[in-house]
Design a protein around this ligand. Structure first.
Ligand SMILES: Nc1ncnc2c1ncn2[C@@H]1O[C@H](COP(=O)(O)OP(=O)(O)OP(=O)(O)O)[C@@H](O)[C@H]1O
Ligand SMILES: [Mg+2]
Length: 336
């Protein structure tokens, strides 16, 4: 059964698509639908579409994903699957030269979505994994595969970021010496993935000096890390400017907005203005964990249900990842 109908709309003189979008609730009540989603035509201000949603197309979609069978080494250079869109297609993300910001209210599914990235990164034995975990327990499963894990301690977190920054500086010197502008898959240099869960914990620490230092280091890694193969994945409940400086937030190429309480909160993750164009994570129900909007640079937000790995699946994958890494280390030591 189709989930709804798509209607092309043209607004009359004096009106605009955002005005129609602002009345989406009234329209939904009038049509007797679950929701009405109004999107503006990017090429023409007078035209747009209204999606009359009768049932959520993502309800009942299986969220298992291809992870359970992943045994072989993966590569973080490749696009990897993160979920299913409303048409049943697999949504993928390619992280080299990108960074990913995940936001949403407590329990929306940020840490769960982050484990999809971590599973891919851990199963790529060439990736150097750095973990920052404001809760200490969320990322613990991946610690054996990581270079270092910093828990809820600002000194440890700053030391970790400093270590990656030293690595980045070293790499830029290498690139300069070889006359190359950025690292590529063929260069044989490892990608560095920094996963930071509960970013707000570090950015709102009591000691102003420490939190400023942390923010500066992270901003530098997000801003300059791209060409050096440094990828930052950060999750936070509140990415508003009073918590995450906009100079940092705006640098993330990929944004995943899981359920938010208000359209404004959704906009702080996706970027200003998307809610008024009909793309808001505030319409996601509290029970719809793992459903969100994914925005890639220069794109339009895509509504998806993220794949889900439960604790048992994460433990299994982390164990497999460790074996893959041990094998790769042995191979590297064995003379051919
Ligand atoms: N894609 C998903 N499919 C099904 N259930 C999910 C999905 N993502 C999350 N959940 C459920 O939601 C719960 C909360 O998810 P998660 O811990 O990732 O939220 P969070 O956004 O990180 O919350 P917090 O801000 O409190 O850390 C999970 O324990 C799981 O039961
Ligand atoms: Mg979490």
């Amino acid at each position: 059964m189709p989930a709804g109908e798509l209607v092309r709309i043209r607004c009359s003189r004096g009106s605009s698509i955002p005005t129609v979008a602002a009345h989406a609730e009234q329209l939904a009540a009038c049509f007797g639908t679950r929701e009405v989603r109004v999107h503006r035509d990017p090429e023409h201000a007078a035209w747009g579409t209204a999606l009359l949603v009768r049932r959520d197309p993502l309800d009942g979609v299986t969220a298992d994903g291809p992870w359970a069978d992943a045994t072989c080494p993966l590569s973080l250079w490749d696009a990897f699957p993160v979920g299913v869109d409303e048409l049943g297609g697999t949504v993928t993300v390619s992280l080299p030269e990108r960074n990913l910001l995940l936001g949403g209210e407590p329990g929306a599914g940020k840490s769960a979505a982050m484990s999809l990235v971590l599973a891919t990164a851990a199963m790529d034995p060439t990736v150097k994994l750095w973990l920052l975990d404001g809760k200490l327990v969320e990322l613990a499963a991946w610690q054996p595969c990581a270079e270092r894990l910093a828990g809820p301690n600002l000194d440890d977190a700053i030391a970790l970021l400093q270590a990656v920054r030293d690595e980045m500086e070293r790499r830029y010197r290498e690139l300069l010496a070889t006359g190359v502008r950025k690292i590529t898959r063929d260069a044989g240099l490892p990608l560095h993935a920094i996963a930071c869960d509960e970013l707000a914990f570090y950015l709102t620490a009591e000691d102003r000096k420490q939190r400023t230092r942390f923010a500066e280091l992270l901003r530098d890694l997000v801003a300059r890390g791209r060409a050096a193969g440094v990828i930052v994945i950060a999750a936070t409940q509140k990415p508003a400017a009073d918590v995450v400086p906009s100079a940092l937030r705006d640098l993330f190429g990929f944004r995943l907005a899981l359920r938010c309480t208000t359209p404004q909160a959704s906009d702080t993750i996706l970027g200003q203005g998307w809610a008024s164009l009909g793309h808001t994570a505030a319409t996601i129900a509290p029970t719809q964990r793992g459903i969100g909007l994914l925005l890639a640079e220069d794109g339009v937000p895509v509504r998806l249900r993220c794949f889900y790995l439960d604790d048992q699946a994460i433990d299994q994958l982390a164990r497999r990842a460790l074996l893959i890494r041990m094998d790769a280390a042995l191979d590297a030591e064995t003379p051919s």
